[in-house]
Design a protein around this ligand. Structure first.
Ligand code: GLC
Length: 426
């Protein structure tokens, strides 16, 4: 199984020089033929998996992601490198013009600094790696705070559902309506925001279709903590990132936590309306060690272990089983409405272990091992029957190796994030 993961990563590896300007690239495309470009969060997950096989490739993938960024610190959701968006897909991408762009003008869940720290830990042969991109990482996270914390409450805003990576999640249905990711109106949503140059400030002033997304902000907080540690290790002051991370955690607890339901909700539009659909996003703050333990335990006991909610035979469903929108099987253009994805388990399982739910954590990992044994590394899996669905040879499904390696992600991730800050009071 581990060899199979390495094969997927090696098969999907792309490297060369962009023909238009000679810029070097090296990254793993998520899956051919469907996903041929470099996606931001996929690349971070690929690098995290690569570090078990070939840390040099993990480093190259993250360096390429940084190189895809602009000088002001923006890093795109998707960079096309030498494969311009194909005419059937180009209109879906958040680019400035339909053709002729080298990357999108949108973002994706910003976990780069977290991936950088994990890869740096696996790079004893190249100790300089940990600090070589500190200036760019600072710029990136400063850009996010300046451009995407639109109302100054500490939480990042996304303007399109695919900016979280959870494109068609039912949590966005009520807000985006006919402009949902899986509806024709999505083209209009892109066009509308294209006309405002994807400037989140202008968009938030005029429209209400934007979200302070829980998953995005959980990964953001984890990455800010990683960045603070990378700064400290290099002898630089990273206090500002530590403080920002605390601010994000406090804002999540204070604004998006629903005490009565024990779940976190995305906040929509200027009035921060909670989007009350239970998806794995509502559980993502479990991965924040700085949150009160009782809040985190409740997420495990009342959600992850609940047979009508997230306790499924295979993996962790992306939507609570009791939600009317829960759809475990394959549906064209829809993938986040129920199936189990590997990155969900990757985020939540180490936190379960850290809180002492070892047996349950092991059950989830074993179920994913079984699903991969049956169907290979697929984009996602049916949480009820275990069948592999969507793309084959899918890059970030190989995060499984991180969950099963003794020195792997489960252990490393917990070590990297625990003790990251004082326990906060609600
Ligand atoms: C799909 C997924 C998204 C991923 C992309 C590339 O759009 O929803 O999360 O980044 O494919 O794999």
């Amino acid at each position: 199984m581990v060899a199979g993961a390495e094969r997927v990563l090696r098969d999907n590896w792309r490297q060369g020089h962009r023909s238009s300007d000679g810029v070097a690239y090296a990254f793993t495309c998520p899956a051919t033929p469907r996903y041929r470009h470099q996606w931001y969060w996929d690349s971070c997950f690929h690098a995290i998996a690569w570090r078990h096989f070939d840390p040099a490739r993990a480093r190259a993938e993250l360096r390429t992601l940084v190189r895809a960024g602009r000088l002001d610190g923006f890093i795109p959701h998707t960079t096309f490198w030498d494969r311009p968006a194909y005419w059937r897909r180009a209109p879906f991408y958040g680019t400035h013009t339909v053709f002729g762009c080298s990357a999108t003008a949108t973002i994706q869940t910003p976990l780069l600094a977290l991936a950088w720290e994990l890869v740096a830990d696996a790079s004893p042969d190249e100790p300089g790696f940990a600090r070589e991109a500190l200036a760019q990482l600072r710029l990136h996270y400063d850009w996010l705070a300046a451009a995407r914390d639109v109302d100054g409450d500490g939480l990042l805003t996304i303007i399109q559902p695919d900016e979280s990576g959870l494109d068609d999640s039912p949590k966005y249905d009520a807000l985006y309506g006919w402009m949902r990711h899986d509806r024709p109106g999505y083209f209009w949503l892109i066009e509308r925001y294209r006309r405002l140059s994807y400037d989140a400030g202008s968009i938030a002033e005029r429209y209400d279709e934007h979200v302070e997304d829980v998953t995005v902000n959980v990964f953001y907080a984890l990455a800010l903590r990683s960045l603070a540690r990378l700064c400290a290790a290099a002898g630089e002051d990273g206090g500002v990132y530590e403080a920002r991370a605390r601010g994000v955690e406090q804002a999540l607890l204070g604004r998006s936590y629903d005490e009565a339901r024990g779940l976190f909700w995305d906040l929509a539009g200027r009035r921060e309306q909670p989007l009350r659909v239970s998806t794995w996003s509502s559980l993502a703050p479990l991965a924040l060690p700085g949150l009160p333990e009782d809040v985190r335990r409740r997420l495990v006991e009342q959600q992850l272990l609940h047979p009508r909610r997230y306790h499924a035979p295979f993996g962790i469903p992306s939507v609570s089983i009791e939600e009317p929108s829960f759809e475990p099987g394959f549906q064209l253009w829809r993938c986040w409405r129920g199936p189990s994805w590997m990155n969900t388990a990757w985020l939540l399982v180490p936190a379960m272990r850290e809180l002492g739910y070892e047996e349950e954590a092991r059950r989830i990992v074993s179920s994913l091992v079984e699903a991969v044994a049956r169907s290979g590394y697929r984009e996602y899996y049916n949480p009820i029957g275990g069948r592999g669905l969507g793309a084959r040879g899918f890059g970030f499904a190989t995060l499984l190796v991180d969950l099963i390696a003794p020195s792997g992600n489960g252990a490393a991730f917990t070590a990297a994030t625990s003790g990251a800050g004082p326990m906060m009071q609600p």
